[in-house]
Design a binder for this molecule. Sequence first.
Ligand code: ADP
Length: 397
Amino acid sequence: MKILVINCGSSSLKFQLIDSDSEAVICKGLCERIGIDGSQIVYTPAGKDKITKVEPMPDHNKAIEMVIEALTNAENGVVKLEEIGAVGHRIVHGGEKFTKSVVINEEVIKAIEEVSDLAPLHNPANLIGIRACEKVMPGVPMVAVFDTAFHQTMPQEAYLYGLPYSYYEKYGIRRYGFHGTSHSYVSKRAAELLGKDIKDLKLIVCHLGNGASISAVKDGKCIDTSMGLTPLEGLIMGTRTGDIDPSVVEFIMKKEGSTVADVTNLLNKKSGVFGLSNDLSSDFRDLEDAYLKGDEGAKRAVDAFTYRVAKYIGSYTAAMGGVDAICFTAGVGENSGFTRGLICERLSFLGATVDAEANKVRGEEKTISGADSKVTLMVVPTNEELAIARDTFELCK
Ligand code: ADP
């Protein structure tokens, strides 16, 4: 079956067409600037050159139409419309309602709407993507795959904040966690690579991209993760603060006469390694170059980042009563041997050692721990689209 995977943002739409038998990507691409001047679709059919078409996309319906046109046109299309057997949608927030992927029907759409106040930027965009696909591909089954679902196994002691319990009961204020599709995929793949049953493993997955989160996976179940009610909590990220004292918000508002919205924007968009490096960059390639040239801001930012990752690894080791393997994934985790090396240097308390040669790996599955290491360190590239396609196939085959 050919599965179309859709990841719909407020002004962008990423897609991949995946063959469920071979798991090969037949075509992948991105619609950018939907509803804004200068919208375009950029896509690459497998084995062919990248194609860019600049055309106004006033809304997501038009974007989906352009995706379908790109996939099916006579000149360089890769599939007939009727061959697309199912669509898998990445949905950011499933609240407590969704603990696994589900076939989309009106009831599911309503439930996604109901938890939209937990992800006001993302869930409405995801829903627009669902409606647009319904219009353009009526009758084709669709599946919702939630970023939060994998983390629903967290015990109450891990997901509750120290707030009055009534705030959880009334408003659902708790830790949900994100990047769940990635944490699930990487932990399963790590168990396969280790040749062990996931039910016998204690794993820590470090998803280090522009957004970054870390999770503790014990016996195949997530027991803790670093992101919370929103993706702002936890690690220091590209431009997000991660954990801070909530009183900082009021303090900055008083000092600068700013609003809650101003400070929320500051915490999400201007902080993290970007802010710590004095606005040098949020991209670890730039920070690594600058660090190696002795730039103090880059060093400050990267040191704070790697310290926080190592601190979480320590706390998750405590939470699981040990750790068998630590997995690095996403843009930084897969590609930056430099950053991985700095994190692993901080893990000597676990008896972890790194094989410097193996740690040069980029974007490939590889064990990077030394022969004498007490814990396995590994790079496991994530593949959220494939994970979405697999779930979609399982529910629609
Ligand atoms: P997201 O999906 O959250 O946008 P990604 O997982 O794609 O993030 O990661 C993007 C980040 O990966 C970039 O901002 C950059 O910092 C980092 N990155 C990509 N390639 C490299 C590399 N070769 N070395 C260091 N960092 C890299």
